[in-house]
Design a protein around this ligand. Sequence first.
Ligand code: OOG
Ligand code: NI
Length: 267
Amino acid sequence: MHTDRDTLFSRLWDNYCEVTPSAEDIHRLLDDTQGGEIVNDHIALRTFNLEKVNLDKLAAHFLALGYQEGGDYHFEAKKLFARHYEHPDPSAPKVFISELLVEQCSEPVQAIIHQLISQMDPAAVTADNFLYSGRHWDIDYPTYQTLLEESEYAAWVAAWGFRANHFTVSVNALSRFRTVAEINQVLKDNGYRVNSSGGEIKGSPEELLEQSSTMADRADVQFSDQTVAIPSCFYEFALRYPKPDGQLYSGFVAASADKIFESTDSC
Ligand code: OOG
Ligand code: NI
């Protein structure tokens, strides 16, 4: 496992940019106008809750780097569970890991997911590169579509495997942009689509967190029978507010997260 946090995040970033060219463009857009470094608020990863690849297997890579467990989040309709991790060093990006509760899916979907994961070498999950190692199985396009009908999340993980699903710009750390609304305007002025599910701005000052995200880019996936461009990854923006003790809120807001998951929807 990685002993160096910066190396891990820079590998995750490079791997994410390979299928998310808009992130680099937006990064440049914000960076150019403020002339400084972009700070990552958090990244997010997705998986299935099967023993071989569950949330804990992904989290182990971050625990090894000194991360600690934060909050738990439940998404009943989407059949997801998530937990966030944060590091004692406040400059370290937070990590949001979710997993699909496979046993709650239909029998055919469960069978597909078990079959995909059975193709994996069990040693892959502890390898240095696991968190940005992509897909470890073959899948054809009709199988992807079967998953998509029932769970967009299942289809996404089946097509993309293990990689950062998004990076998140810390709006607090930007010098020229102060609000999520301003960021959304810049995105739209530059032709990007902002996720509007539940409103373009998720959360509120009262919830101590406001967020927005782009709709995912599309990138080619080589299915075993054909290559198809499908939603890949998206970019997110987060503005955190101080708690009564003066420290910025470091958790997530389940109702907002529920809508952010939809940033990889096709429409
Ligand atoms: C995670 C969605 C939730 C947040 O910041 O609340 C999220 C995902 O799409 O995998 O990123
Ligand atoms: Ni996020």
